[in-house]
Design a protein around this ligand. Structure first.
Ligand SMILES: Cc1ncc(COP(=O)(O)O)c(C=O)c1O
Length: 389
């Protein structure tokens, strides 16, 4: 049976993306036992393909569990860090703030390197911070979905290795995996946290981590056992390894149908008509098209202008300020009436001052959908209807 999802509005909200029919069909598979050969093969492929998506070698351990993206931070913190450890958090918006907050209950000492709204800490500031204190880890939100700021993970990781080689490099790639270039081995990343519902184009409900050898070593050499039972890698890592090399171990029921769906989507991304590299290129092209439209229309972006020129605006989304006299009510519901859902602002300090457009996955690779052109035509009309000239 060929499955086709119902007609629906086009989602162009960073955080929620369009799913392909064959991925949703896998999610609707009949009940499957987690120890059945079909499921074991699918999980095995998921683990191997996650490494490929971020260019990681076999020494990197993928961990895939039921949960949300951010839940993975609790797991990473509890397994890699210990009370009293210091973490340098690069502030770029809501999601880096959330990560900082999430460390507080665990007695981690955080230093937040602040940046003005729409900007990111500079390499010089990061260098100075790394020289001033000794950190167990630095956290980089590659794309902060709240602000649209893109961090230069490659340059930051290289700086960390030069100035503070023992500091682990943690990357939040929830809004950037398979949408922005992200190279685990080449760039010297130690831990990536991500989720299925954005660049991986799979329904939410899975927490994904990729843990490199240095982060695994930190976990193995900790002074105290992880202060968690169900999130402990003492239990999860043997389960993950068992799905790659057997015999299968049970600890908690995996989200079977979501894993099947993720397997299909990863396979589409890695082995489909559009290669991963082409996907990243097409995301850049779509992003340029949207940002160029904003400039031509005289619309200001939330990302600082100099930072935009320096390549610091995300390719997976665009954040645009409402022009004077125009509010969310003039734009978002009007776009929805035209069948295109775009996102409201979510940065606490200015959430009513801007809107967010996601351009991820099918939006950018499936030209037949014509999503970018439809978006821009409709946005222009909606702005004009609201009195913008
Ligand atoms: C950059 C970033 N980090 C973390 C998260 C949290 O993911 P989840 O909602 O799955 O916990 C999101 C969600 O949109 C995000 O965009």
């Amino acid at each position: 049976m060929k499955f086709q999802q119902d007609a629906h509005e086009t989602l162009m909200v960073p955080g929620f993306v369009e799913f392909e029919d064959d991925v949703l069909y896998e999610n609707a598979s009949p009940a499957i036992a987690p120890v059945s050969p079909e499921f074991v093969t699918a999980f095995n492929n998921v683990l191997k393909n996650l490494r490929k998506i971020v260019y990681a070698s076999n020494s990197t351990q993928p961990i895939v569990v039921a949960g949300s993206g951010n839940m993975g931070w609790d797991m990473a913190t509890l397994n890699v860090l210990e009370p009293g450890d210091k973490v340098l958090v690069l502030q770029t918006g809501h999601f880096s703030d959330l990560y900082d907050d999430s460390l507080q209950p665990y007695g981690i000492q955080t230093t937040k390197l602040l940046a003005p709204l729409g900007n990111r800490p500079s390499l010089n500031e990061i260098r100075a911070a790394l020289k001033k204190d000794s950190y167990q880890a630095i956290s980089i939100t590659q794309v902060d979905t709240s602000s649209g700021v893109l961090n230069d993970v490659k340059a930051i990781a290289s700086l960390v290795h030069e100035v503070s080689p023992s500091t682990l490099v943690f990357v939040d790639a929830v809004c950037s995996v398979a949408s922005e270039e992200l190279r685990f081995d080449d760039w010297g990343i130690d831990l990536i946290l991500t989720a299925p519902q954005q660049g991986l184009a799979t329904p939410p409900g899975i927490s994904i981590m990729l843990v490199g050898p240095r982060a695994l070593e930190a976990y193995e050499n900790r002074n105290t056992p992880p202060a968690t039972y169900f999130l402990s890698w003492d239990r999860w890592i043997p389960v993950m390894r068992s799905f790659e090399s057997g015999p299968i171990k049970y600890f908690a029921t995996p989200p079977t149908n979501l894993i099947l769906a993720l397997n299909k989507s990863l396979n589409n991304i890695l082995n489909g008509d559009v290669s991963l590299e082409e996907r990243l290129q097409k995301t850049i092209q779509a992003s340029n098209q949207v940002k160029e439209f904003a400039r031509k229309m005289g619309l200001k972006q939330l990302v600082d202008e100099d930072l935009q020129k320096a390549g610091g605006a995300a390719n997976s989304l665009t954040t645009i300020r409402y022009p004077d006299g125009i509010t969310a009510q003039d734009i978002l519901p009007k776009m929805a009436q035209r069948g295109i859902i775009i996102g409201a602002g979510i940065h606490q300090t200015c959430k009513d001052e801007y809107f967010r457009i996601g351009h991820i996955g099918s939006n950018v690779i499936d030209k037949q959908r014509n999503d970018i052109e439809r978006l821009l035509e409709n946005l222009k009309e909606v702005l004009e209807e609201a009195g913008y000239r």
